[in-house]
Design a protein around this ligand. Structure first.
Ligand SMILES: *Cc1c(COP(=O)(O)O)cnc(C)c1O
Length: 230
């Protein structure tokens, strides 16, 4: 079942790419495994899925410790500064950097370990009160400021679009974020590489791809519904 779901999502990604005149190789699928058992991750790993997204620090650390062969972990959930130290050497990418304060803490912990953290700036492009992320009009300023941190490398932008019934409703937000992504790239800021645009979840990844996503984060579409009452 997991195998079939993964194949279906990959097929949909290919179709969305074809529709948009894009090469499917440009789009990376992150399988969002939060609240799903390690066995599910193992099943997918064995058929070649390497990228996994987690929202919670403790869960990520436990899975990282017990997985039978290494995979690439993505931190996609809200990150508290006091937890940076637990995940820094375990993840390939932090998608959810939404403040200078957090970036500073990442710089500090990365310097201690003599590594360079790869990050995305999370943007609240739909201006939802309930969502984390920086405001669209402060992203450029923040990118410039964070670019001076020697152990932090900005790789792009991320957003979580609103929960909507019709994914078309989110197209305008994806388009807006893609424009910002291109604009920042055009500025050629030192130590900023705009090569990852992380947007699109189960309900809207095809629209996100049509609007330029290079990374989609799909949970339910691969693993099935999550049970938050467990
Ligand atoms: C849970 C989550 C996802 C995956 O959501 P689905 O709708 O299950 O695909 C993607 N991105 C973030 C930031 C999430 O928290």
């Amino acid at each position: 079942m997991l195998e079939d779901n993964l194949a279906k999502v990959k097929k949909n990604i290919e179709n969305a790419c074809r529709k948009a005149g894009r090469d499917p190789e440009e789009v990376t699928l992150v399988a969002v495994s939060k609240m799903k058992p390690l066995e599910d991750i193992e099943v997918l790993r064995r058929i070649g899925q390497m990228e996994f997204g987690e929202n919670y620090v403790q869960e990520l650390c436990e899975k990282e410790e017990h997985v039978s062969a290494p995979v690439h972990w993505h931190m996609i959930g809200h990150l508290q500064t006091n937890k940076v130290k637990y995940i820094l050497d375990k993840v390939v990418l932090i998608h959810s950097v939404d403040s200078i304060h957090l970036a500073k803490q990442i710089e500090k912990e990365a310097a201690k370990r003599n590594l360079t953290a790869q990050i995305l700036l999370q943007v609240n492009v739909a201006e939802e009160d309930t969502k984390f992320g920086m405001d669209t009009d402060e992203v450029i300023k923040m990118a410039e400021e964070i670019s001076h941190f020697p152990h932090v490398h900005i790789r792009g932008l991320m957003t979580s679009a609103p929960f909507v019934d019709d994914p078309e409703e989110n197209r305008c937000y994806f388009r807006k974020l893609h424009k910002l992504f291109v604009d920042i790239g055009d500025k050629n800021i030192d130590n900023v590489t705009m090569d990852i645009l992380s947007m699109g979840m189960t309900n809207d990844y095809e629209v996100a791809i049509e609007e330029g996503a290079t990374m989609v984060r799909v949970g339910t579409g691969i693993f099935g519904e999550r049970n938050y009452n467990k």
